[in-house]
Ligand binder design. Structure first.
Ligand SMILES: [Cu+2]
Length: 200
């Protein structure tokens, strides 16, 4: 049996393809628009690539996994470890669990004009979280930690809403967040930390 080398075959295909493209009549004006749209696509892909590789901009969760079935047992997302905490470096970290049909804890208070790291997990199905008038909006996929860092500039009470249909009680799924002026906010009493990493 005679075997053809693969490389020249594909090279030939590519040359044929380019030749066919050249043979098509494209109006001068259309050619300009095609070029322009290709340049725009190239620009956007370039921006995404630069952000991903040089600015560390990645999808919110960065694919950090959590076992939804056992996360409430003595780990990062145990009941008394939820809510607002300030770590040794002074970072404000908020751990929240979404479950049919509420967010736990039901109410939290955070300081304004302060970088806040939210770590959201789901205990059952796919949920979403949306805090109107802020840029907080993400999916909470079961089995994954959705980590978002944000800052709330204005003090006030904001609803925390689920924006992924999760069942019959979905329209009652909400919780509440109070953004308190930075100078009036008090660090919550620190509970003994239970487990750090939960990537087990
Ligand atoms: Cu929901």
């Amino acid at each position: 049996m005679q075997t053809e080398p693969i490389k020249p075959k594909y090279g030939q295909l590519l040359r044929d393809f380019v030749a066919q493209l050249r043979a098509i009549h494209i109006d001068q004006l259309e050619r300009k628009w095609i070029t322009l749209s290709m340049l725009v696509v190239g620009l956007f892909v370039g921006i995404i690539t630069i952000d991903a590789f040089f600015h560390g901009v990645n999808p919110p969760s960065k694919v950090e996994t959590v076992d939804s079935a056992s996360m409430h047992l003595n780990k990062e997302f145990a009941e008394d470890n939820l809510g607002v905490q300030v770590d040794d470096k002074g970072n404000v970290i908020i751990r929240m669990v979404a479950g049919r049909y509420t967010f736990f804890p039901k109410h939290i208070s955070v300081p304004s004009e302060t970088p806040l790291t939210f770590r959201w997990v789901s205990m059952d199905v796919l949920h979403g979280v949306h805090i109107p008038m802020t840029n907080m909006s993400t999916m909470i996929v079961p089995g994954y930690v959705a980590e978002i860092t944000t800052t709330f500039p204005k003090p006030g009470d904001y609803p925390v809403l689920c924006n992924e249909y999760c069942g019959l009680g979905h329209n009652h799924m909400w919780s509440n967040i109070s953004v308190i002026a930075k100078e009036d906010w008090k660090v919550p009493v620190k509970l003994p930390a239970k487990g750090g990493s939960n990537n087990e």
